[in-house]
Design a protein around this ligand. Structure first.
Ligand code: DP6
Length: 357
């Protein structure tokens, strides 16, 4: 689809409000490296979560005087100017596709279901929630917009805020990035994974082990930038394409061993890329490595199908089928908490999509 098709030219200005809940997502094949205007260097695929979400209400009104602010951002009801820069970058990036938004005043009221300082990235869920509210505003002016178009536009706008946010529009599985392995895949927006998914992957759970809740020293945006002249970049993008193909097959066939192998390799590769960037850096903590060892030992001794993945941070995401939840909770209680009593956990599961409130 050409970029012109994303431009909404109607000049109408309205009073309207829209309220959306968008979940976070966890990538199985990681997006790491981008070009131009938020175009990914490789395709990625993710599970959508359900309990880790952002709720955002945007109240749109006409701007009457030049003195009026374009937007006000509130977190949990309090005005938070710290976030203004990020929001402004997002709004400026999407403006060519929704030009009359500049004539609207936006009061953006946001809250997260998880603490802002928990170490869980909120950019995917928050950018997705804002994009959904803005697409809803467009739909008021252009009521002919179909449901499918609505989601494509929301994902397109979300991507401009944060690449991974493009995938938060679809559950339970979404892919983003052009690949010959998926028809209709695009670099400009994510799409739902509509291929066959074996029942072993239905209702997957995701327990987040919170190891460190400090703000990370290097942002994902900076990490992506460091991929520009990374010595292993091209090999990595080829590997991601191959892993994408393999994980798609394991979804279809139910080959959970292959799934585990790829998911864990993707997590460690991501951190390997950080450690081999120039300058090199690392985001995991000693406990991250120790707990990964415990997870692997547990899997070997119990024949469990639990596996781990990592985001751009030290926290671990445990992924496992719902019917092994009891065993995983026992493992956490009997092994992890005994050694690391201060760990915190968020028990989440794969969800179906954002909700209009
Ligand atoms: C490691 O989407 O946060 O979570 O586009 O610069 O906002 P920007 O980056 P972001 O990067 C996410 C990277 C990742 C992997 C992933 O979610 O695919």
């Amino acid at each position: 689809m050409s970029l012109e098709k994303f431009i909404f030219t109607n000049n109408q200005v309205i009073s309207f409000s829209s309220f959306w809940e968008a979940p976070s997502n966890i990538a199985l094949i990681k997006y790491w490296g981008k070009k131009g205007n938020q175009i990914p260097s490789n395709p990625s695929i993710s599970f959508l979560l359900s309990k880790c979400f952002t709720r955002t209400k945007i109240t749109f009104s006409p701007i009457n005087s030049k003195k009026d602010n374009w937007f006000t951002f509130k977190l949990d009801g309090n005005i938070k100017p710290d976030f203004n820069k990020k929001i402004e970058i997002f709004l400026e990036r999407i403006l060519p596709y929704v030009p009359s938004l500049k004539k609207q005043n936006l009061i953006i009221d946001s809250s997260n279901s998880f603490p802002h300082s928990s170490g869980i990235a909120s950019s995917a869920s928050s950018m997705a929630a804002m994009a959904l509210c803005i697409t809803d505003w467009e739909k008021q002016i252009n009521p002919k917009m179909t449901e499918e178009r609505f989601k494509i536009k929301a994902s397109f706008l979300a991507r401009l805020g944060s690449g991974s946010a493009s995938r938060s529009i679809y559950g339970p599985i979404a892919s983003w990035g052009k690949t010959s392995h998926i028809e209709k895949s695009s670099d400009k927006y994510a799409i739902p994974f509509t291929q066959k998914v074996h029942k072993i992957f239905h209702d997957f759970c995701n327990t987040i082990i919170l190891i460190d809740d400090n703000k990370k020293e290097i942002s994902s945006t900076e990490g992506h930038r460091l991929m520009n002249d990374h010595p292993f970049a091209q090999k990595r993008f080829d590997q991601a394409n191959q892993n994408f193909f393999e994980i798609k097959n394991s979804f279809e066939t139910g080959d959970i061993e292959k799934f585990i192998e790829i998911v864990e390799s993707e997590a460690l590769t991501l951190h390997g890329l950080m450690m081999t960037s120039s300058p090199p850096y690392k985001l995991f903590k000693p406990e991250t490595i120790e707990i990964i060892e415990l997870i692997k030992n547990y899997r070997m001794s119990s024949k469990s199908t639990v596996c781990f993945t990592l985001d751009a941070g030290p926290n671990i995401h445990l992924l496992y089928p719902k019917d092994s939840k009891r065993d995983i909770l026992d493992f956490i209680e009997n092994e992890l908490i005994k050694i690391y009593p201060n760990l915190k956990f968020i028990h989440d599961q794969v969800g179906n999509g954002p909700k209009k409130i």
